[in-house]
Design a protein around this ligand. Structure first.
Ligand SMILES: Nc1ncnc2c1ncn2[C@@H]1O[C@H](COP(=O)(O)OP(=O)(O)O)[C@@H](O)[C@H]1O
Ligand SMILES: [Mg+2]
Length: 228
């Protein structure tokens, strides 16, 4: 998003410079037809760039608005955790199947664990984490592993759900680990807007009133601990 706005600023300043140059050359009677044509042509292509990037930026803003609205309007309900995770995997698996990546899931979760929570928000968390594993951790690979372990544990006499999410991809460089949850932070702006993990964190901390901790080590895959 910030990248798109920066592109627009560069494009607009190029258009501004070209127009200024046309005015000066015209006043000094130095404006040839070919220079005029080149400057105007360049203005046109920069206008296209600005237009395209503004449009994309406004799509991101709209998606965010819709997402916030969905989050606010979703009502809590009782659901079984393991079947929901299986369903999410089934819905998004085209993403890696189409890339010829064989992804193995090791899901350690009692079939009967049932919680009263927000299934839509829950799905967002898992689909973001899984798609990140595929898109960042396992590019150019033929196979990969994701482990999800879910347990209800007692912490100071309060029952909490603990989710440990791991993959065996390239992992997260410790140099960037304090930035990954920041909105618009991405190491690859061709595949994302850098919103996935900030949304995950928002859902877990604000909606589920929990915590998420990244304890990944570089070149050893990722490991997140979620508690709520
Ligand atoms: N499973 C993963 N393996 C390696 N890097 C990851 C993983 N998940 C997240 N990251 C890193 O965290 C950054 C932020 O992730 P995210 O907020 O989802 O944004 P995006 O996916 O749009 O880049 C990614 O750009 C990537 O560098
Ligand atoms: Mg992402």
């Amino acid at each position: 998003m910030n990248g798109r706005i920066a592109i627009c600023i560069t494009g607009l300043s190029t258009i501004f410079n070209n127009l200024t140059s046309i005015i000066h050359k015209y006043n000094d009677e130095e404006l040839s037809n070919s220079v005029f044509f080149d400057l105007i042509q360049n203005c046109k292509s920069n206008t296209d760039i600005v237009f395209r990037n503004m449009k994309e930026a406004s799509e991101v803003v709209n998606k965010l608005k819709q997402f916030t609205k969905d989050q606010i309007t979703e009502l809590p309900r009782s659901f079984k955790v393991k079947p929901l995770i299986d369903e999410i995997i089934d819905i998004i698996k085209f993403d890696w199947v189409s890339k010829d990546l064989k992804l193995n899931f090791n899901i350690d979760c009692n079939q009967d664990i049932e919680i009263n929570s927000y299934p839509g928000a829950f799905s967002q968390v898992f689909s973001n984490l899984i798609l990140n594993s595929v898109r960042h951790g396992m590019t150019k690979r033929y196979s990969g592993n994701i482990s999800i372990s879910i347990e209800v544990i007692d912490i100071s006499k309060v029952s909490k759900m603990r989710i440990i999410y791991e993959d065996d991809g390239v992992g997260i460089d410790p140099k960037i680990s304090d930035k990954i949850f920041t909105p618009f932070f991405t190491t690859n702006n061709k595949i994302g807007y850098g919103l996935g993990l900030s949304i995950v964190k928002d859902i877990i901390t604000k909606q589920l009133k929990g915590t998420i901790e990244n304890i990944s080590k570089e070149s050893d895959g990722v490991r997140f601990i979620i508690l709520f």
